[in-house]
Design a protein around this ligand. Structure first.
Ligand code: ADP
Ligand code: MG
Length: 235
């Protein structure tokens, strides 16, 4: 893949704003078949350095898996460090998952896509975030955002192989979480084999629970539930 292909004429206008996330800002540029998603590192100096590194990692992941179905085409890193991707016309999974016509098929394809990535040496590592998933017009999954991907090196160190294995587990755990909507008690025996929380995920869960306990959100929720219960009480 040509590192700087796709946008031969640099467009000084950032384009239509799409979203702001971990890696900076996402813009839409161009029209029709030339429509591109531009991911640009933003923020202060340190944030920009980190985000630019994530964009380079994302580019490396796309280089490895380019051509797989369900993944946008990548047009490379631009001279300013931004990343250009094919715009995929999909619906955000977050808001549309309940309207999926064939949920089983969606999750079967989703798993196949994850396993195809792993076979090429790329683990996504951020699939729990529903914003990284779109639903195509045909109802198939589109995987986005490879900024946290773990890429297996052919002559990788012990550490690289370890991280890759952990990230592969995280991908399948995310698949289980989304498929069963956290109802882990409903897992089929076949899917049970895919759910193996890593030590990192276990630790994150403990922190998350503790955090919920100490935050105002937790207090507010309890207060709201109490108020609702009082309202529902027979008079
Ligand atoms: N190739 C794409 N096609 C269509 N929409 C996209 C594409 N890439 C990103 N988006 C939209 O932009 C949002 C943020 O993109 P993402 O790659 O997840 O960036 P971030 O690293 O900031 O989370 C996504 O949730 C999606 O709505
Ligand atoms: Mg994202």
């Amino acid at each position: 893949m040509d590192r700087h292909a796709g946008l031969d004429v640099p467009d000084p206008a950032p384009g239509e704003f799409l979203s702001r996330g971990y890696q900076g800002a996402v813009y839409l540029r161009g029209a029709g078949a030339d429509r591109r998603v531009i991911k640009q590192a933003m923020g202060g100096r340190i944030a920009r350095v980190v985000r630019s590194a994530m964009l380079r990692r994302e580019f490396a992941a796309y280089e490895r898996v380019g051509g797989l179905p369900g993944i946008p085409r990548c047009f490379g890193l631009q001279p300013d460090g931004s990343l250009a991707l094919e715009f995929v016309a999909g619906e955000p999974y977050r808001e549309n998952s309940s309207a999926l016509k064939d949920r089983d098929r969606f999750f079967q394809q989703f798993k196949e896509r994850i396993l195809a990535l792993h076979a090429l040496g790329v683990a996504h590592a951020d699939l729990k975030r529903r914003g990284n998933l779109l639903i195509s017009p045909e109802g198939a999954p589109i995987l986005l955002d490879f900024g946290s991907a773990v890429i297996r090196n052919p002559d990788g160190s012990f550490w690289n192989r370890f991280l890759f294995r952990q990230a592969c587990r995280m991908d399948l755990n995310a698949w289980v979480k989304l498929k069963y909507r956290r109802r882990y008690d409903l897992l089929s025996p076949e899917d049970q084999q895919h759910y193996r929380p890593t030590a990192l995920e276990d630790a994150a869960r403990v922190v998350r629970r503790a955090w919920r306990k100490v935050t105002v959100r937790h207090v507010r929720k309890a207060w709201r539930l109490r108020r609702q219960a009082r309202r529902d009480q027979p008079r």
